[in-house]
Ligand binder design. Structure first.
Ligand code: HEC
Length: 269
């Protein structure tokens, strides 16, 4: 809530009590004040359609308020009638008469010419990872940390194959929904997400990343992205909350095994 805006509008309304404006002015001030609270009073913007619904309710309540008392009806009605029939208001009446269709035409034109594209914002897809992360109480210096099971590929192929298999189970019970059954980023949830889930088949993703980078992204998910990766509305969960470290390293082995890509090697300086 934007307390400054809300208290300013409430103060203005209290102030109006002392000025005793006419009933018609009162109604207009209430209507505009409520609109200003809905439009500017909240830190998170309220959708225009919701504002329309609320303003509809407010309009109806104001009409009901006026209609409950014949005196109020007269106070609102008389100035409107005077405006339409009295000679001195005639030039103004002409202006208003022309303005109404112009405003309607303009708002229809503005609606029709709106771009259907969501506003785009720049983001770094692969920002530099932090120097070190802590996952389940283990510290990983990301410059050097590598998949602890990668060496098994040469030294113990059977154990390696079993880990890939375990990684497959992790993938198909957790990642499938977004990253898709063939890792092309076309899971059943993908269409609802922006940014879309990464396609691991794309040579610009895991093929050019180190396993430690993947471990960081999988463990910390979207909440772990540094500012340069944002504004960032990624749905990628922080898997450290659901998976063991071993499961995360295994699923990484599976990602490379399935796509036939090789992880980028650790660069020792
Ligand atoms: C709710 C949807 C969702 C699920 C489930 C999900 N992801 Fe993601 N993931 C995303 C989105 C969206 C992105 C792209 C934006 C980003 O990088 O945060 C992403 C990005 C990634 C990346 C970064 C790739 C890169 O090029 O930087 C990795 C790695 C990844 N996901 C692995 C996984 C793994 C492994 C699982 C399962 C344990 C998983 N994801 C489950 C939505 C999901």
């Amino acid at each position: 809530m934007n307390l400054l805006v809300i208290s300013a509008i409430l103060a203005a309304m209290v102030g109006m009590r002392f000025l005793k404006p006419s009933m018609l002015a009162w109604i207009a001030i209430w209507w505009l004040g409520m609109f200003a609270i809905l439009e500017f009073g909240f830190a998170v913007p309220i959708p225009a359609s919701v504002i329309k619904i609320y303003m509809g309710i407010i309009t109806l309540s104001l009409i009901a308020y006026v209609l409950t008392d014949p005196e109020r009806v007269e106070q609102v009605w008389n100035p409107i009638v005077a405006f339409t029939v009295e000679k001195r208001f005639q030039p103004l009446l002409v202006v208003v008469g022309l303005l109404i269709p112009c405003v309607v035409a303009w708002s229809i034109y503005a609606d029709m010419t709106k771009s259907k594209q969501a506003p785009s914002f720049a983001r770094t897809v692969h920002p530099a990872p932090p120097d070190q992360i802590t996952v389940h109480d283990t510290d990983y210096p990301l410059g050097f940390a590598d998949n602890p099971y990668r060496t098994l590929e040469a030294s113990a192929p059977e154990e390696f194959a079993a880990r890939v298999q375990a990684g497959r189970d992790v993938y198909y019970s957790n990642c499938l929904w977004c990253h898709g059954d063939v890792m092309a980023g076309e899971g059943m949830f993908a269409h609802a997400l922006n940014p879309i889930p990464t396609s691991f088949e794309d040579p610009g993703t895991i093929a050019m990343l180190r396993e430690a980078f993947l471990f960081w992204r999988i463990a910390k998910g979207a909440p772990g992205m540094p500012d340069e990766g944002g504004p960032w509305e990624s749905a990628m969960p922080a898997w450290e909350n659901f998976l063991s470290e071993e499961e995360m390293w295994n699923v990484i082995l599976f990602l490379y095994d399935f796509t036939d890509y090789k992880p980028r090697a650790v660069e020792l300086h």
